[in-house]
Design a protein around this ligand. Sequence first.
Ligand code: ATP
Ligand code: MG
Length: 450
Amino acid sequence: MFFEKIKSVNQTAQYQLTKKFIGIFLGILLVMNVFYLIAASGFVYEYVARRGNDVLYALANEKGKDLNWPVRIDSFVSEKEEDALIIETTQGDVYYSEESKDVFEALYTGKTLPFIDNLIFSHEGLYYVTTKDYGDFKAQLAINTETAAELVSGMFVISIVLNLVAIILGSWVIHKSVGKWSRKLTEMAKEITEVDVLEDTSITVPTDPIEITKVAQAFNELLEKQQNIIKRERQFITDASHDLKTPVAGIRGHVNLIKRRGESHPEIIPTSLDFIDKESARLERLTHQLLDLDQERASQSKMQLDISSLIIEVVESSHVLATHELAINVPDNLEYYGRKSDMEQIIQNVLQNAMKYSDDKSLIEVTLEETNKSLLLKVSDQGIGINKEEKQHIFERFYRVDNSRTSTVEGSGIGLAIVKKIVDSYGGSIKIEDNHPKGTIFSISLPKKR
Ligand code: ATP
Ligand code: MG
């Protein structure tokens, strides 16, 4: 449990980014300091070598002058810096500057640095050591590096401290700002788990960072689509059960009537039977429509159809009860390879819409054309038309345009969904255009079998 918790913290973006930042910064710091040490050592070496050379140069001026060494020797080196000088004359006399005995003793047992053998470490400090033979005397010189080394190491310590402060501040800033984003994501995840798809809820959209804003917006769009689908399905179930209940109630009413009065008033029987016949046919149609939506279509097989006759037949029978003016423009004997029930469904649904959504007595035209690749069926009405936005949606299941006209017309919003499903299965396409002066033209193109 405890380890699980640690593991989940380790996997947060906040933890990982902060860790990465500290790692990179430490790496850079290490490289920088190595370079700094190399450069600083070079500087210290140059400095002491120059001081050594100055002393050697001063000694060279004394060549052949038979100096009073015991008095003068200290004037060549800096006592303050604890430099040391030993002079050995050709006569075999040896002169020491102040403290130089101790210094050289320490240096004889000291350690040289690799590659730079005139730098020696001893308990007296780090010394630059050089010797020179001037003919009448020999000089051994030890220059103390302490001042330069102290300066350099002082700066080194300051730079390390500054770097550490930068790391701590930097990690803190990174930790805070990444934490701000990841908290937004965590809050978003929490809101998402609490969303109730059945209600009109949405999640809060953060204003920044833009990536999180986009994810939240995309999620809300998805949620809205989902909610719309659910609403439409619920509406459909309500509509469908209403549509189913009404004919069933009517049928039962007439059956009861026949039972009670049939014997005494046999004249009511034909009227009731007519009613039962009509209503049960409606029920049958409705159940078929519902089934068609969700199941694979009837297992009728495809065959060569006389599509011209089929269209005329379906149009005329659908029009029996209607009062619209009808113009049928279908050439004779066109053939098409497909299922009869599919073709009937397409024509019926589109034609019924044309009649439902236009005024009685207005003109409806049905046209069939043939090109060498496809058949083109056009149904035009002079009705209420469909605006641009709705055109994208009317093929969705259960979708009905919401206006005063459609609300008075019966329908469940499945007709065109069925048409689209069939046309797609033939590899065809449907185009909706505005008719002039008003109304709609549905053009359905069905490719011919190759
Ligand atoms: P049904 O399932 O009984 O066919 P419906 O006619 O409402 O119900 P669809 O045929 O799928 O459903 O049509 C979807 C919507 O498209 C309709 O509700 C209507 O608003 C609009 N529509 C379809 N055809 C036309 C048309 N010719 N003119 C105007 N609006 C139309
Ligand atoms: Mg319809």
